[in-house]
Design a protein around this ligand. Structure first.
Ligand SMILES: [Zn+2]
Ligand SMILES: [Zn+2]
Length: 672
């Protein structure tokens, strides 16, 4: 037996270690810092524990705790420790599954005699977990037969159910369960730490509990076993775990920031919209202020679409089933549609989930000629999609929404040029709303369920790729992510706190034109089939509204603010002048209000700040005498006193106008 083996590192370099050395030994040989940061390794592409011995010729990639992969190992290992702590504190507790999730982990429990976790319990569990960390228990992997596994977990029915499912040949076993139980048919793997705790698990894990400790338990929620409402309801404890306390702090700060910006909370505080329970889940009403912001958004969008050569169309909210049979939606999209209503002797009518086929009917309302192409139709179209009440979320996941939907019908030759100008248009409009950080994603032909010829797919995908490349943005591939009828480019935007939102999508479609047998008369006097481009820009007005609220934390830029300036007289005697200031601002197109002097000035200023009004103007004796105003600009510490009224009105006239109006020096596009 050779005394040394040679292994290869990711940079291709070779390294010799004594025969029988483990991956942990290798990390020690490379360096102390690597050894301290290593949590697992990829051995020939498979994620394994650091205690694995190295074989000659192996490719080794050390996974450290400050990477996504490494954090997943940390988080899942922390979940084991949490379960161990819960079992110490509540002997007889049952534990179900405990995977790592985005930014953290959870574990599902059933406590003896139906006991419930309280918020205080989270603190108790945390300190028990820290005790387990201090005990430096090694994580040791074990392999067992099915029978041994069932015996080992005799008093843990959820674990036994997982093992039984594994023994049923593992066909169609879902990934979550597979991760809990190892993968080899006929066997289960488990990890034991110390003598006190064993869990069914595929691994890998950190070598010892003392590699953990930077965690925080965040909340408890109910969760049905296997997600099935007919099965027992368990208690799910969520936590987050990172490579350092600093990283935990940074994460909690991001959560706080997200919470502070949550559009559902700000929507209520700023009186923008609500979800009346009488309407049912996922159906919003916009209040006067939210409705005003929405009107400004829509007016601005309409103005830009007019400029870009779109025509405006309107279509109804319901249709006979025939339309969606032809379009294929009843075949492909039925689970997202509301059930039909029967009217007029058995005709089935559906609420529309999409506007596309309606726009096709407008195209087909008469014979079209090449001279009319490209024909760009735009509509703020209300659509209804059935979402399970569990996934409905604020304005971002609703059952009824308004899409800023466009369909462009063009010739094959026009497609590449249309896509390029369309993508430029989309990005310019998103930038007008203050988004700046974008990347693009190109989704190509799915492996199954794609219709159309390979040649059509290639042509469309290439046209989209070329359009994307001209935008000078990062382009990410999403192989196989296209819809069954065509490839798409989507615009991804990062908001003020770095979260990514999928925004606009641009989709090429050769299939609906075929299904509806669309044609136009070409220059050669024969019939040709148009290409259809689907495009939603905001996506839905509701979701974009939510994004803007969170991006700006409720402090909309002046042009989008429902109230742009509020004038506050210091005393009653200043009220006529306050009214005069308001009148001048209104005449300049500024949405301005004047209050009376009933309440103390400080209280009125505070309220205006809570309402995030961009400009609060205070007027007193010297202002009346000198035709000036005191300006409290949002976000600035000190008010500016004695600002000349005329020049202030002029400054605000420009700032209050939408971006196009500002460029042109007019207030044409959207101000009331
Ligand atoms: Zn595990
Ligand atoms: Zn469409």
């Amino acid at each position: 037996m050779p005394s040394e083996v040679t292994v290869f590192l990711p940079d291709g370099s070779a390294r010799s270690v004594p025969a029988g050395a483990t991956i942990a030994d290798l990390t020690e040989a490379i360096g102390r810092r690597l050894a301290a940061a290593a949590v697992a390794a990829e051995l020939d592409g498979v994620l394994v524990d650091l205690c694995r011995p190295l074989l000659d010729g192996a490719k080794v990639h050390i996974v450290t705790s400050d990477t996504d992969e490494g954090r997943e190992v940390l988080r899942h290992s922390t979940a084991h420790v949490m379960a161990q702590a819960v079992l110490r504190l509540w002997p007889g507790a049952r534990y179900a599954i405990g995977p790592a999730i985005a930014d953290g982990f959870y574990y599902d429990f059933e406590l003896p005699r139906g006991a419930r976790f309280s918020e205080d319990d989270l603190v108790r569990i945390e300190s028990e977990m820290q005790a387990i960390v201090a005990e430096a228990q090694p994580f040791v992997r074990e392999e067992h037969t099915i029978a041994e596994g069932l015996e080992m977990f005799a008093d843990q029915p959820y674990k036994r159910e997982i093992i039984e499912r594994v023994s049923e040949a593992a066909v169609g076993l879902d990934a979550e369960l597979a991760a809990e139980a190892g993968g080899n048919p006929g066997a289960v793997s488990a990890y034991r730490n110390g003598a006190g705790f064993v869990d069914l698990c595929r691994g890998p894990h950190v070598p010892s509990t003392d590699r953990l400790g930077h965690f925080k338990l965040t909340r408890v929620a109910g969760a049905y076993w296997r997600g099935d409402e007919h099965r027992p309801q368990l208690q799910r404890v969520y936590g987050t775990a990172w490579e350092s306390d600093k990283a935990v702090e940074a994460h909690l700060h991001r959560l706080e920031e997200a919470e502070r910006r949550d559009h559902r909370r700000l929507g209520a505080e700023l009186d923008l919209f609500s979800f009346p329970p009488e309407l049912g889940s996922g159906l919003a009403v916009f209040h006067p202020k939210g409705g005003l912001v929405r009107k400004v958004m829509e007016d601005y969008s309409r103005a830009r679409h007019t400029e870009a050569g779109y025509c405006f169309v309107n279509t109804p909210h319901i249709t006979r089933s025939d339309l969606f049979e032809t379009s294929g939606h009843l075949q492909w999209f039925a689970e997202s549609m509301f059930p039909p209503m029967e009217l007029d002797e058995g005709h089935r009518y559906y609420l529309k989930p999409m506007n596309c086929p309606f726009h096709i009917l407008i195209f087909k309302s008469r014979q079209r000629s090449y001279r009319e192409l490209p024909l760009r139709m735009f509509e703020f179209g209300a659509v209804y999609r059935y979402e399970k009440s569990g996934v409905v979320h604020g304005l971002t996941r609703v059952r009824g929404m308004t899409q800023d939907d466009a369909h462009i019908f063009c010739s094959r030759e026009q497609m590449a040029g249309e896509l390029q100008s369309l993508l430029g248009f989309v990005l310019a409009l998103l930038r007008d709303f203050g988004l700046e950080d974008f990347y693009l994603e190109l989704s190509t032909m799915p492996e199954e369920k794609a219709v159309g010829t390979l040649e059509e797919w290639e042509e469309a995908t290439e046209a989209l790729r070329q359009a994307a490349l001209t935008m000078d943005l990062e382009l990410v591939l999403d192989p196989g992510g296209g819809a069954f009828y065509g490839p798409k480019v989507s615009v991804q935007a990062r908001d003020a706190i770095g979260r990514t939102w999928q925004m606009s999508t641009i989709q090429v479609d050769t299939q609906l034109p075929q299904r509806f047998d669309m044609d136009y008369v070409g220059q050669d006097n024969t019939r040709h089939r148009p290409i259809m481009i689907h495009r939603a820009l905001f996506g839905s007005v509701e979701r974009f509204f939510a994004l803007l609220v969170e991006h700006y934390a409720g402090a909309f830029p002046t042009w989008l603010s429902p109230v742009q300036a509020r004038v506050l007289p210091v005393r009653d005697g200043h009220t006529p002048y306050a009214q005069q200031v308001r009148g001048l601002l209104a005449a300049a197109g500024v949405r301005a209000e004047a209050e009376d002097a009933g309440e103390p000035l400080g209280a009125r200023i505070r309220r205006a700040k809570l309402e995030k009004v961009p400009y609060v103007l205070v007027v007193g004796d010297s202002d009346v005498a000198g035709r000036t105003v005191g300006v409290n600009a949002r976000g600035s510490e000190e008010p500016e006193r004695g600002v000349d009224l005329e020049s202030f009105v002029e400054q605000l006239r420009v700032e209050a106008a939408p971006p196009i109006g500002r460029e042109l020096g007019t207030n044409a596009a959207g101000a009331p």
